[in-house]
Design a protein around this ligand. Structure first.
Ligand SMILES: Nc1ncnc2c1ncn2[C@@H]1O[C@H](COP(=O)(O)OP(=O)(O)OP(=O)(O)O)[C@@H](O)[C@H]1O
Length: 465
């Protein structure tokens, strides 16, 4: 498998115009609460046998509610406590924690969390917290070095902006991917808090279409040990392989990603926004089941927050929703927009941004409007696709890339549309047929193509500056 490089950008600058718009948006936000950036409590599954397995089969999947355990005697609890203590000691001078809660009542937990303020978060004594039992192994550096042949270049399978990923063989024969967080421009403190945030988020996830964590290590650096995906990422298969991915598999992957996002937004313990949905963050299992990975930018939002405003804006150029890159607004709809771009990549075989840094969204919109199916579909597919699946994919993509977040469908609706459980209704689709697939989403009432282009160019400048 070829080594893959991926990258995301951070935009630091804010113009006075953006700042004031952003403030306006912020004041609309509930309670003006601080960012929920913190370590979440670690959910624990009922029994040891439960905890050891990752969901890998969507047909046998049923959502499981994590169970929280009180008391600090068991070794797993100690292990987690030690981990936080260790990371804190080694890397973090000050860090905020959300207390671990014992109640299984989701609403109660969410209400409590929403009421927390930064000052309260900072003074939580971790010794008095109920201790959870994580299911992961805490690896030593020598175990990981042995598994990856001392992190040899031959085992390097991927490289992102923040990490190198190595293929490894554990002593029990299991093949894993070891994600080694790199020392980059970020402060050690920030990297450690990113690591704990990612760990805390992954802990809440248990779905066949989301990456599965096997363990971690804070020995000799920060490492995540993940289930190995033999086909690598969707990006490498879609763009880096001479063999064309057939439509059946592409459509299966699209549905898998949609199911995974629906789970993160609505069915998971927390309301999780991924913030970096892109082809290189979709891994493929042996049987081409899509798994959403890389929760390094993910954020959880309390139930009663309509959205959240972040700064700096981090993500990957080409997948960013306008309201996010212009105003830093984060909610489920930014993942929906990115999913629409990903769907366009699956349909067209073109990258979100090509080598000339041209946007796929801008290229595809007029073709979607004129229903130019032949122009849009990846030429490598020829006529080898199911026309009904293709049409549903195009309609869904047009709806997802709507400039207006409120006009974009939820991931629940996206899954229904893709799986043909319900057809688009009047209002979602304005025209279909003669004039082609023209969804409401393509009526750029409050956000014209020109203003999108201007915003996009402005964003591009910031990224390139
Ligand atoms: N479990 C895995 N199995 C196989 N390959 C993997 C696995 N995890 C990651 N990779 C490969 O490594 C690449 C980089 O991984 P990842 O996206 O997690 O790094 P990152 O530094 O967080 O990236 P980004 O630049 O998006 O921040 C992926 O695109 C994929 O090709």
């Amino acid at each position: 498998m070829a080594m893959e490089e991926t990258g995301r950008e951070t935009v630091e600058e804010k113009t006075p115009e953006k700042e004031s718009k952003s403030k306006e948006m912020r004041s609309e936000s509930v309670n003006e609460q601080p960012s929920p950036r913190c370590v979440l409590e670690i959910p624990v599954l009922g029994s040891d046998s439960d905890t050891s397995s990752c969901s890998s089969n969507s047909s046998s999947y049923s959502p499981r509610k994590p169970v929280f355990q009180k008391g600090n005697k068991d070794s797993y609890g100690l292990q987690w406590k030690n981990l936080i203590g260790n990371v804190k000691k080694k890397y973090v001078r000050s860090f905020s924690f959300i207390p671990l809660l014992t109640s299984n009542d989701k609403n109660l937990r969410r209400t409590k969390l929403a009421k927390l303020h930064a000052s309260e978060e900072e003074h939580v004594d971790i010794n008095s917290m109920p201790v959870p039992k994580p299911s992961w192994k805490n690896f030593t550096y020598s175990e990981l070095a042995a598994a990856t042949d001392n992190f040899s270049p031959e085992n390097l399978i991927g490289k992102g902006g923040h990490a190198e990923v190595y293929k490894g063989h554990l002593s029990d024969g299991q093949i894993v991917a070891v994600k080694k967080l790199m020392k980059n421009e970020k402060q050690e403190e920030d990297r450690a808090s990113d690591f704990l945030s990612e760990l805390g988020i992954i802990a809440h996830i248990n779905h066949p279409n989301a990456a599965c964590l096997i363990g971690f290590s804070v020995d000799g650096g920060l490492h995540l040990v993940l289930q190995f995906s033999p086909h690598g990422s969707l990006s490498s298969v879609l763009f880096g392989s001479p063999e064309r991915l057939d439509w059946k598999t592409r459509f299966k992957v699209a549905i898998g990603i949609a199911d995974g996002l629906k789970y993160l937004h609505y069915d998971c313990q927390r309301r999780i926004i991924h913030r970096d949905i892109k082809a290189s963050n979709i891994l493929l299992t042996e049987d081409y089941e899509a798994q959403i990975s890389d929760f390094g930018l993910a954020k959880w939002l309390p139930e009663n927050w309509p959205h959240h405003v972040v700064h700096p804006i981090e993500g990957t150029f080409g997948y960013l929703a306008p309201e996010y890159f212009m105003h830093g607004i984060v909610d489920e709809k930014i993942d929906v927009f990115a999913f629409g771009v990903l769907l366009l990549e699956i349909i067209t075989g073109r990258r979100a941004v090509d080598s000339a840094r041209q946007s796929l969204v801008i290229w595809a919109k007029p073709l979607l409007q004129q229903n130019e199916v032949k122009e849009l579909v990846d030429p490598g597919l020829g006529d080898n696709y199911d026309p009904s699946e293709m049409k549903r994919s195009m309609i869904t993509a047009s709806m997802c890339i709507n400039h207006s977040a409120s006009q974009r469908p939820t991931m629940i609706r996206v899954v229904e549309l893709l799986k043909n459980k319900e057809s688009p209704v009047e209002g979602e689709l304005k025209y279909c047929g003669e004039r082609g697939i023209i969804a409401d989403s393509l009526d750029l009432q409050d956000y014209s193509r020109t203003s999108y282009l201007n915003d996009l160019n402005r964003h591009k400048q910031l990224v390139l500056e």
